[in-house]
Design a protein around this ligand. Structure first.
Ligand SMILES: Nc1ncnc2c1ncn2[C@@H]1O[C@H](COP(=O)(O)OP(=O)(O)OP(=O)(O)O)[C@@H](O)[C@H]1O
Length: 215
């Protein structure tokens, strides 16, 4: 097997002097989806924040294409799309303005592409209203519209299904699976049980954390 795109080696995370997990190993290759499972407070969000370079591990290392993440901030920004559990939407801006702003961190997109992405998440007709007038599920959809643009290969998503209706959940599951099936990668947390899983799906339960490196 080729070297993993993303790799966690002997990872440990401590917060407020409490060890959330330790000696955690896993590897992620193109085409794979990794669902981080575990009870509330077990460290799922903390692990995603480590992978996104937003926190440093207490011990161990995260590697991107075989090199320490800490040495490759630029590569990380180019390759990773992070959507946190809060939708991260600015209420005074419209869906189009929010999306344009979020995309500017990676690749600025033309207006037509923004509108196509908003249509893909069911926001046709809402493109230019202030986001504070949208429902929680609609605001979540604004954030998720980034996944319908020219997105980087690795998606790190914290509770992406929050506030979505049944149809929204099914559509997002399909989109994530297809991203993996076309060579992308997804690491996500969700308390919901996925019904559409790509062939490269694996689960890492932090309540039973251990090794999920290449066997
Ligand atoms: N900013 C912070 N400062 C200190 N401790 C924190 C902070 N954020 C989270 N923690 C602690 O870290 C532990 C793990 O939190 P985390 O959010 O990673 O868990 P989680 O598994 O994602 O939980 P949930 O399923 O409830 O979303 C919790 O006990 C929490 O109190």
């Amino acid at each position: 097997m080729t070297s993993p795109f993303l790799e966690a080696v002997a990872l440990a995370c401590e917060r407020d002097l409490r060890v959330l997990f330790e000696r955690l190993d896993f590897a992620l290759h193109p085409g794979q989806m990794l669902q981080i499972a575990g009870p509330n407070g077990s460290g799922k969000t903390s692990l995603l924040r480590l992978l996104a370079g937003l926190m440093q591990p207490t011990e161990g290392e995260i590697r991107l294409a075989g090199r320490p993440l800490a040495e490759q901030r630029g590569e990380l920004t180019r390759n990773l799309l992070w959507i946190g559990h809060a939708a991260g939407i600015k209420g005074l801006l419209s869906p189009e303005e929010n999306l344009a702003w979020l995309c500017a961190l990676h690749t600025p997109e033309p207006r037509t592409a923004l509108w196509t992405a908003l249509e893909a998440v069911g926001l046709r007709g809402f493109e230019d209203v202030p986001c504070h007038t949208l429902s929680a599920g609609q605001q979540r959809r604004v954030a998720l519209a980034r996944l319908y643009l020219d997105a980087p290969p690795l998606w790190v998503l914290d509770e992406p299904f929050t506030a979505l209706d049944k149809h929204g959940v099914a559509q997002l599951e399909e989109h994530l699976a297809r991203h993996c099936e076309s060579g992308g990668m997804v690491v996500l947390t969700t308390h919901h049980s996925l019904t559409r899983k790509p062939a490269g799906y694996r689960e890492l339960d932090l309540a039973r954390a251990g090794s999920l490196a290449d066997e």
